[in-house]
Design a protein around this ligand. Structure first.
Ligand code: S3P
Length: 467
């Protein structure tokens, strides 16, 4: 049986919703706490499938942790306490979990096999395998460059000087975590960030912020970070802000559903994550930021109040001339990498033709998000064109229909919000993946005003067989 959402047409989004902890920060905080000396308290850690699989993998490596209310306590006894696991580590659906843990284990010279579910087994791993091999790590992936990954363990690797060939924060963090326990210095470089409003257009920098919170001293400059290997970490208290990528669904839902006014509480607005706010504002969204005291250095926090607005089209990395569209550079892609499903729903409801280019990375996420978005939008009557590296969408009215969520959490949540502006109900098949990043999403969506019903439907395979 597969989980399905049935979402009633229309429905204003009103009142307030709280957003669960940031997934990227939660994953990193866990991994760093696991190799720190002393107790860490991770407050508001995201209790989702992805974080649970990382926590289980750490337990299999000998790390002692337990939940205490909404906080997870990690009893860190330093990197030497971790041992090779007896069985393959299963990271489920989590790309961040598998790539960052591979980095950490590489630095420690531990032997392990890392694997995941069918979706994770399709995702590219060569981007981490090649630079880790250059550091002297002995590891294998399949000939297709995918999981399972096998680390042979053994000698301590050497630091690396490396220019990132893809703007992937998972790759950057994997190498920083490997560099943390490597011999010598690791220096990583990438394209220097540019600014869009208050957003720094680059990859997220949570690993650097958290390394500092745990007592390390990464040397940071625009487009570059260096880290001395062998720095010991100290246990720390880490308060985790709400996840802006999860808030993005509500930002879009309340922007497109007539008569909405919603307060989204306790959201992290780190400059390397906030392009989604700048993009929506450029499209005409009405979003007010109400700052709160920051809980963690480098990770500003605020409440977001969003009201319905008439949106205009957005063009990313597109030169064609036309009036009244928001034009944005290709550098917005990496900063808002997880928000494109929600943003493409906004584009489908906006006036004019939106164009997203330079976003080929979306094909390598939990699903091929260019294809799953295109298929879902077509099912709701949207006119569009697929591009190798993006989408062209003619904004207008959304109709009701049946969409395949393809087990991809962000696709399912984006289409749940689409129903708020559609003229008929939207049924979303294959939604089980939502719990990887946003446990309690159906309840939060209902609280905000969506008529969302969760049912256990037939799996796509069963349906195909029965036809
Ligand atoms: C993440 C980085 C991004 C993002 C993912 C989380 C992270 O992936 O899509 O959801 O925590 O570093 P890439 O680094 O592959 O772009």
């Amino acid at each position: 049986m597969e989980t399905e959402y049935r979402v009633g047409a229309g429905g204003r989004l009103r009142g307030r919703v709280a957003i669960p902890g940031d997934k990227s920060i939660s994953q990193r905080a866990l991994l760093l706490a696991a190799v720190a000396e002393g107790e860490s308290e991770l407050q508001g850690l995201l209790d989702s499938e992805d974080v649970r699989t990382t926590a289980s993998a750490l337990r299999a490596l000998g790390v002692d942790w337990r939940w205490r209310g909404a906080a997870l306590r990690v009893h860190g006894t330093g990197p030497a306490a971790l041992h090779a696991p007896r069985q393959a580590l299963d990271l489920g659906n989590s790309g961040t979990g598998v790539r960052l843990l591979t980095g950490l284990l590489s630095g420690l010279g531990l032997a392990a096999t890392l694997d995941g579910d069918a979706s994770l087994r399709r995702r590219p791993m060569r981007r981490i395998v090649e630079p880790l091999r250059c550091m002297g790590v002995r590891l294998q992936c399949t000939d297709a460059g995918t999981l399972p990954l096998r680390l042979d363990g053994g000698a301590q690797p050497a630091g690396i000087h490396y220019r990132l060939p893809v703007p992937s924060a998972q790759l950057k963090s994997c190498l920083l975590l490997a560099g943390l326990h490597a011999r010598g210095r690791t220096c990583l470089k990438w394209e220097k960030p540019t600014q869009l409003g208050h957003a720094a257009l680059e990859m997220r920098d949570h690993t650097e912020n958290l390394l500092e919170a745990f007592g390390a001293a990464p040397e940071r400059a625009p487009g570059q970070v260096c880290l001395e290997g062998g720095t010991g970490l100290r246990g720390a208290r880490i308060p985790i802000p709400g996840d802006l990528s999860s808030a993005a669904f509500f930002l879009v839902g309340a922007s497109i559903a007539p008569g909405s006014e919603l307060l989204i509480e306790g959201v992290g607005v780190n400059p390397t994550r906030r392009a989604v706010l700048e993009i929506l504002r450029a499209m005409g969204a009405d979003i007010e930021e109400r700052p709160r005291p920051a809980l963690l250095p480098g990770e500003p926090l605020c409440d977001l109040r969003v009201r319905t607005a008439a949106l205009r089209a957005v063009r990313v990395a597109d030169n064609a001339s036309s009036d009244d569209v928001a034009r944005l550079p290709v550098q917005v892609v990496a900063n808002a990498i997880d928000e494109w499903p929600a943003l493409m729903i906004a584009a489908a409801c906006a006036r004019g033709r939106s164009v997203l280019r330079g976003a080929r990375e979306l094909r390598f996420k939990e699903s091929d998000r260019i294809e799953t978005l295109a298929a879902g939008l077509e099912a709701l009557g949207v006119e569009l064109r697929r591009l190798p590296d993006g989408l062209e969408i003619n904004g207008g009215r959304l109709h009701g229909g049946v969409v395949d969520g393809c087990g991809d959490h962000r696709i399912a949540m984006a289409f749940a919000m689409a129903a708020a502006a559609a003229d008929g109900p939207v049924q979303i098949l294959n939604c089980a993946g939502v719990s990887t990043s946003f446990p309690g999403f159906p309840e939060a969506a209902r609280k905000a005003g969506l008529e969302l019903e969760v049912t256990a439907g037939a799996s796509p395979e069963t349906e195909a067989r029965d036809r």
